[in-house]
Ligand binder design. Structure first.
Ligand SMILES: [Zn+2]
Length: 243
């Protein structure tokens, strides 16, 4: 190797190192949050308890983290709300979505008391249902961002439905006592006007019930990382369409 060739080689190596450092620097920079992911419930108020005794909050947090990772892979920053499990004030959640373009509140579903049946799991008396399974989405009409909220909810719902993931039907059932009217039947979106996190939001806001954790088979699916990843991919595909 001549001196000139060596110099070129060294310079090339230095340039490659600089480029690698710059790209590592870029990767380390946090993405500006475009989506707020509200982790439903808290340690003190954990929501529903699954058929096998796992609090809803744990399902919500695991799915929110999976969606956050999927958004990051798509170059979209997210801000988690309530991930520490300490957010007990429902009115303090939506203000934390300020500056983002969508608030997505993550929940897992139950059914009415009358549809719960006793069973024993791990030596403990538990309850389960065969009445309902599937996901559902909610928007409020009591927000100035109703149209944008519905557009995002419908985009997420169409993406989930297109993957063959079943829509829960029990929230339209008059027998539940509080039927939630369809906002977009084919996309699995209901109106739930008074939900605090939705009606207090100043950005478009959607609530997702990802599945029924009182349904033993669906709970098993929702506990698997591969299934969460599938849900997250479909949810993020819908979010990308509406953003
Ligand atoms: Zn919930």
């Amino acid at each position: 190797m001549t001196a000139a060739a060596l110099r070129t080689g060294v310079l090339g190596l230095a340039a490659a190192l600089l480029a690698a450092q710059a790209s590592a620097g870029r990767a380390a920079e946090p993405l500006p949050p475009l989506v707020a992911l509200d982790v439903g419930h808290s340690h003190a108020r954990p929501g529903a308890v699954s058929a096998r005794g796992v609090p809803e909050f744990e399902f919500n947090l695991a799915l929110a983290r999976r969606i956050e990772a999927e958004l990051a892979a798509a170059g979209i920053g997210a801000r988690l709300i309530g991930a520490d499990g300490l957010a007990d004030d429902l009115f303090a959640r939506s203000p934390q979505a300020a500056g983002t373009r969508l608030l997505l509140s993550i929940h897992h579903d139950s059914v009415q008391e009358k549809y719960l049946r006793p069973w024993t799991y791990g030596g403990e008396a538990r309850r389960h249902t065969t009445h309902a399974r599937g996901w559902s989405l909610y928007v409020s009409r009591r927000t100035p961002r109703e149209a944008a909220s519905l557009a995002c909810a419908a985009a997420i719902g169409r993406s989930l439905a297109a993957a063959g993931l079943p829509i829960a039907r029990h929230h339209r059932d008059p027998a539940t006592g509080k039927p939630r009217p369809w906002a977009d039947h084919a996309a699995g979106v209901h109106y739930y006007d008074n939900l605090i996190v939705l009606r207090t939001a100043e950005v478009p806001a959607v609530l997702l019930e990802a599945g029924v954790i009182l349904h033993r088979d669906e709970e098993k699916l929702l506990s698997r990382d591969a299934y969460r990843a599938k849900l997250a991919r479909r949810i993020v595909a819908g979010i990308r369409r509406c953003l």
